[in-house]
Design a protein around this ligand. Structure first.
Ligand code: ATP
Ligand code: MG
Length: 472
């Protein structure tokens, strides 16, 4: 938080009808690194405030036209978290006290010394920081709820939310593509939840889990006696999902023979259960998903081109996690909160290094892998911060067990190299610290001396790896 604001100076608006007060505030506060605007008239101030938010407003209490009290009321009404400091003459002290009851942060009596003003401003900055942190959290949680439970504030995800919002109310067939673990199923569910069919059934059929013969009767149902073992009529998915939404997951796994039948259903909006006489009409909304590249399957004649066009009326691509790094901290914290609420562990968050590692890892398994990783970290956690050491261990283990697939692109390769370097450095550093401590009865000063490292640097490594000395 405070690091971010280092790039973005706090903005202060000074409103006072005395030019000398304005100019001295500008000089004084400007020299402290604040972005200062000064105006002589309250109406000017309101114009500026209508255009943008200021972190702090310093206003004279007694002014012509609009009084300081009105100014305060205006600011608090529009920007409740902006801190207002009142400047008061002797005669207005009682009003100044009243203004604090109305929500002013504090007041500075005129005439004031630079130090007096700065002391009050610094306190107001502190308060503002705290409220910014609060706002930040609220904002993040709002952004998280892009659609239902889908978390992510990146531009790529905003685009996905837009597409969901656009297509959901229509009855169009949707094809959702994206690598494994990118949230395709969540997107499908969100489309249904925001469609006119939301009160109706939502049925998922995972096309990769069924044998060809079963798939056909699963989809269309069969009549009694249609084949050996068909003892009674069986309702197919199309009948069960009638009037609702049917989600065909892993649609690329549908055998060519069934693809043909599915195409006919989509074209004619009717089908015949296996062995039945009567055709049935179909009124369903179809959503399909795949993590395969259908056009290349079409080229290899593994997928019907005509079916592809029927499914691909509207397409949504779920972006891989490595292309939306800014979602990583949001998702990680979201999964952390989930993991903590289901267990009895209280964990404050990730260490800076751990978050750095999370951001650099290429996430071949995308959001699912991130979720699993955070859950494992929570299970393994020994104190209230999740550190980079454990994380490097998890990444290291998955790499050495072949769990981490080979990088796909040059970018991935670079990232993977960096990660490998960092995680092995982490291992070495951690072993170094633990070893030195163990040799020296867990006395930091002695351990640092023993290694020839400065105590502060040694201490920093202890903090980096969350080594808990009190347990030893
Ligand atoms: N944006 C997201 N916000 C919150 N959770 C997510 C998000 N994306 C994915 N997840 C979680 O990650 C896991 C995988 O998501 P999902 O099953 O939707 O992925 P998928 O794209 O269908 O994967 P696959 O291709 O392997 O079937 C789920 O546990 C889901 O809750
Ligand atoms: Mg899925």
């Amino acid at each position: 938080m405070s690091e971010d604001s280092g790039h973005n100076p706090m903005s202060i608006l000074v409103v006072d009808d005395e030019p000398v007060v304005c100019s001295s505030c500008r000089r004084l506060l400007g020299a402290e690194g604040f972005a200062v605007e000064t105006v002589l008239r309250a109406s000017e101030a309101q114009k500026l405030l209508a255009a943008r938010e200021f972190d702090i407003v310093i206003t004279d209490l007694r002014m012509p036209e609009i009084t300081g009290m009105e100014m305060l009321e205006f600011v608090k009404q529009h920007y409740p978290d902006t801190q207002v400091i009142m400047i008061t003459g002797h005669s207005t002290i009682s009003n100044a006290v009243k203004s604090i009851k109305q929500g002013a942060f504090d007041y500075v009596p005129k005439p004031f010394t630079p130090d007096e003003l700065l002391a009050v401003v610094r306190c107001a900055v502190d308060k503002r920081f705290k409220s910014l942190e609060r706002i930040h959290r609220v904002d993040a949680s709002l952004l998280r709820r892009g659609f239902d439970n889908i978390v992510g504030a990146s531009r790529a995800m905003q685009h996905v939310y837009d597409l969901i919002g656009k297509v959901a109310p229509t009855d169009a067939t949707v094809l959702i593509t994206g690598e494994s673990g990118t949230g395709k199923e969540m997107i499908a569910r969100a489309i249904h939840n925001h469609s006119q069919r939301r009160e109706q059934q939502y049925i998922t059929l995972d096309c990769s889990t069924l044998a060809e013969t079963l798939l056909e009767s699963e989809l269309f149902g069969h009549a009694r006696g249609a084949f050996t073992g068909a003892m009674s009529d069986k309702r197919g998915i199309f009948e069960i999902a009638q009037h609702g939404t049917l989600f065909l997951d892993e649609v690329s796994n549908i055998p060519l023979e069934i693809q043909k039948k599915l195409l006919r259903v989509l074209e004619q909006r009717e089908y015949k259960p296996v062995g039945a006489e009567q055709v049935r009409s179909v009124d369903i909304r179809l959503i399909a998903a795949t993590n395969r590249d259908l056009p290349s399957m079409i080229a290899r004649e593994k997928f019907r081109e005509d079916l592809f066009y029927r499914l691909n009326v509207f397409s949504i691509g779920a972006p891989p996690l490595r292309e939306r790094l800014e979602d990583i901290p949001i998702l990680a914290n979201h999964f952390l909160a989930g993991a903590c609420s289901s267990g009895d562990k209280k964990i404050k968050g990730f260490s800076k290094d751990a978050m750095g590692l999370l951001m650099r890892y290429p996430w071949p398994g995308n959001v699912r892998e991130l979720k699993n990783t955070v859950e494992r970290l929570v299970v393994l956690a020994e104190d209230d911060t999740l550190g980079s050491g454990r994380l490097a261990e998890i990444f290291g283990a998955s790499a050495s067990h072949g769990g981490m697939p080979a990088p796909r692109t040059n970018e991935d390769l670079k990232r993977a190299r960096k990660l490998a370097r960092e995680s092995s450095v982490c291992d070495i550093e951690k072993a170094f610290v633990l070893d030195a401590l163990a040799r020296n009865d867990w006395n930091i000063t002695r351990a640092a001396e023993d290694t020839g490292m400065q105590r502060t640097n040694f201490q920093a490594l202890i903090a980096k790896y969350n080594i808990n000395l009190s347990q030893k």
